[in-house]
Write a protein that binds this ligand. Structure first.
Ligand code: ADP
Ligand code: TRP
Length: 320
């Protein structure tokens, strides 16, 4: 099985990104052939400052390598090192019905949030289809919010195959139901654009402050509480072992447990889980050359696949 996923370098990565996308992808590298890339062309739809785009791109590379991406197992690259993707995207766009793009929630949500409604934002899913189809991926591990984009990719690939003959493998989204949506500080989906995140590598004081701000109900310490409806518990549960989770749920229901105490437990869990990654990140930060070499090697490997696919697609449509 070949897996591919991508992430936009549009800000600091957070626990939602980690549990929704990074961790599943990092686990896949143990058994599947995995491709992972930094979607910096896509990020241009929301990042308008060159220095910020460069900094975020570098941060995402460091974050993934620090969190356990093994470049010997995972083909790790920057999207912008493969400009040929745009040729593939063009071929795909000629079989993409406008209605398919008009129905995308992500486009509508982003415009509602104030992003410029330009052609790049509208055609975003076509470039995403090119990313996926370029390497003939079988599975695409992503969070729930990307499911529709993978369905668009399938539709485009089917349409192309129907019209020009079998050219693309039809990929499938893989979503971890347990962590389909990680809640943010305010209980909505954790997202950079809602400003409700807990960053993976925030300094401890900033992380503690963010956790203190997680919204809870106004029950007193003595009151019994419902773990199933509590944001703090939902986040704690992602990091705790099964026995720890059950014990904490039991204490919620019994009463006598304050939200302050659970927040402190959550803070400790996050620190413990990410401390080794933080050390590794500091090491890597001192060696930008090594990181650059990893990305270049990844791009060379991805290009081999992309070239093969592109050749088949060019022949299929009659460009060759
Ligand atoms: P953001 O919403 O912060 O801008 P992105 O849209 O860049 O995050 O998402 C990057 C990846 O992380 C996607 O695969 C997405 O599905 C996943 N992801 C983001 N936020 C969450 C969340 N709160 N819960 C689960 N997965 C998430
Ligand atoms: N759209 C994805 C996101 O915002 C990023 C992305 C771009 C992607 N191309 C992809 C994800 C291909 C999976 C496969 O998170």
């Amino acid at each position: 099985m070949r897996a591919l996923s991508g992430i936009q370098p549009s800000g600091k990565l957070h626990l939602g990104n980690y549990f929704g996308m990074m961790k599943p992808v990092l686990e896949l590298q143990q058994k599947d052939e995995t491709f992972l890339f930094i979607a910096n062309y896509h990020a241009l739809t929301s990042v308008n400052e060159a220095a910020a785009l460069r900094a975020h791109t570098r941060d995402v590379a460091l974050d993934f390598l620090a969190c356990g991406l093994d470049p010997e197992r995972t083909v790790f690259y920057r999207q912008s090192d493969l400009p040929e993707l745009h040729e593939l995207a063009w071929l795909l766009s000629t079989v993409t019905p406008l209605g398919l793009l008009e129905r995308c929630h992500s486009y509508k949500d982003k415009v509602a949030k104030g992003l410029a409604a330009n052609h790049g934002l509208f055609a975003y899913p076509v470039l995403m289809a090119a990313d996926i189809l370029a390497v003939q991926a079988d599975i695409v591990p992503v969070g729930q919010d990307q499911k529709q984009h993978v369905e668009v990719t399938r539709d485009i690939a089917l349409k192309f195959n129907q019209k020009f003959g079998e050219t693309f493998k039809i990929p499938k989204a893989v979503i971890r139901e347990a962590v389909a949506v990680v809640p943010g500080l305010d209980g909505r989906k954790m997202s950079k654009s809602y400003n409700n995140t807990i960053e993976l590598f925030a300094p401890p004081a900033a992380a503690r402050k963010a956790i203190k701000n997680i919204v809870t109900d106004s029950k007193t310490v003595a009151d019994p509480k419902d773990p199933a409806t509590c944001n703090v518990f939902a986040l704690y549960a992602l990091l705790a072992t099964e026995p720890e989770r059950s014990a904490m749920a039991e204490r919620y229901r019994a009463g006598g447990l304050g939200y302050g105490e659970v927040k402190e437990a959550l803070f400790e869990k996050i620190q413990a889980a990410f401390a080794p990654f933080r050390r590794r990140r500091e090491e890597l930060e001192k060696d930008p050359q090594q990181v650059e070499e990893i990305l270049q090697r990844g791009a060379a490997r991805a290009r081999e696949e992309l070239r093969k696919t592109l050749k088949a697609a060019r022949r299929a449509v009659g460009l060759e």
